[in-house]
Design a protein around this ligand. Structure first.
Ligand code: HEC
Length: 129
């Protein structure tokens, strides 16, 4: 009987160690509170990859005439040329504020941090960096 109690004791100690030891979940990962990138935003490393993943399918030089209303956003030169005259249409479309067609067309709105990257890059002077 004594032996039985002892093994129950050890099993419960073992179980409590196993079930509590591997708790690696981070609140930020679970609830999406990871802070967005701030500071200097790069066209090449930050902005272009977001546009590539979400916009080039229709707004690349080759696809824009057929799928993207001839709006070309696929290089620094094309993007800044468009922003020169149509910056409010651009920000209105990605923020889906109702003033222009919401973009990406037929897709889901860009993630908050990606929207912020683009907005910050514009406000930092649209650098070719
Ligand atoms: C599936 C194709 C497709 C994708 C993907 C897409 N667009 Fe468009 N975009 C269009 C078409 C087509 C138009 C012309 C207006 C319309 O039909 O809604 C347009 C129009 C626009 C306009 C002009 C809006 C206006 O009403 O003046 C902007 C700015 C724009 N897109 C930016 C983007 C950006 C930035 C992305 C990526 C975040 C994107 N688009 C993704 C097809 C697309």
């Amino acid at each position: 009987m004594k032996r039985y109690k002892l093994s129950v004791f050890f099993i419960s100690v073992f179980a409590s160690v196993v079930f509590t030891a591997c708790y690696y979940d981070k609140e930020d990962n679970l609830y999406g509170n990871i802070p967005c990138k701030t500071g200097a935003i790069s066209y090449v490393n930050d902005v272009a990859p977001v546009l590539n993943a979400n916009c080039y399918a229709c707004h690349s030089t080759s696809n824009a005439p057929i799928l993207g209303s001839n709006i070309k956003l696929d290089s620094y030169a094309n993007l800044t040329a468009y922003l020169q005259n149509s910056q409010s249409a651009f920000t209105g479309s990605i923020n889906q504020d109702g003033s222009v067609s919401p973009m990406p067309k037929g897709g889901t709105k860009l993630a908050k941090c990606n929207l912020q990257l683009i907005t910050d890059w514009i406000s930092q002077g649209k650098l070719d960096n």
